[in-house]
Design a binder for this molecule. Structure first.
Ligand SMILES: [Zn+2]
Length: 174
């Protein structure tokens, strides 16, 4: 899709393909919210908009702290020859763990639903040459805010703010 490859600015028209990708990740995030989990969803697409996989944070659901939205989508895509021309879409800016995944596999483009709630590693990714597109989605932000209001305990535990459990001091489960 020409618009994707030529993306340089921030006009609504240029962003429309990315918004469609984000809608898939947001669907996953909402499923996670309904399951009582951390509502972060993600998906992997080709540059021309074909969906490879989708996933969501299942830390609470499966008791597995390694299942973030991004890693879930990544694993479900199976082996790929190259990630340079793939797009990782996530409803919330990726934590260091998931930012590391983007770098490790040279994923060329990262689309972020929002980074106000949590900015994660997006500055580092930009500096590393990743094409980071922050859609600053109100829907994504409202979902995170609803989650934080409904489950402050889980949120604070995830970002390491309880301070009482040694295993959590590194925080953040985005
Ligand atoms: Zn993460």
């Amino acid at each position: 899709m020409r618009l994707l490859q030529n993306y340089r600015g921030n006009s609504l028209t240029d962003l429309e393909p990315y918004r469609r990708m984000l809608a898939v990740a947001l669907e996953e995030a909402r499923l996670g919210f309904d399951e009582g989990g951390v509502p972060v969803g993600a998906a992997l697409f080709t540059l021309d908009g074909n969906l490879l996989s989708r996933g969501r944070n299942r830390r609470v659901q499966q008791g597995d702290p390694s299942i973030h939205g991004e890693t879930d989508a990544f694993r479900r895509a199976g082996r790929q020859k190259s990630y340079r021309n793939l797009v990782m879409v996530t409803t919330l800016a990726p934590c260091w763990y998931c930012s590391g995944l983007v770098r490790q596999f040279n994923i060329g483009t990262l689309v972020v639903g929002e980074s106000r709630t949590f900015s994660g590693g997006i500055d580092w990714l930009r500096q590393s040459g990743v094409n980071v597109i922050d859609l600053d989605s109100q829907e994504c932000r409202e979902l995170m805010e609803a989650f934080i209001a409904a489950r402050p305990d889980v949120w604070n535990e995830d970002i390491g703010e309880t301070g009482s459990e040694g295993a959590r001091e590194q925080g953040s489960d985005r």
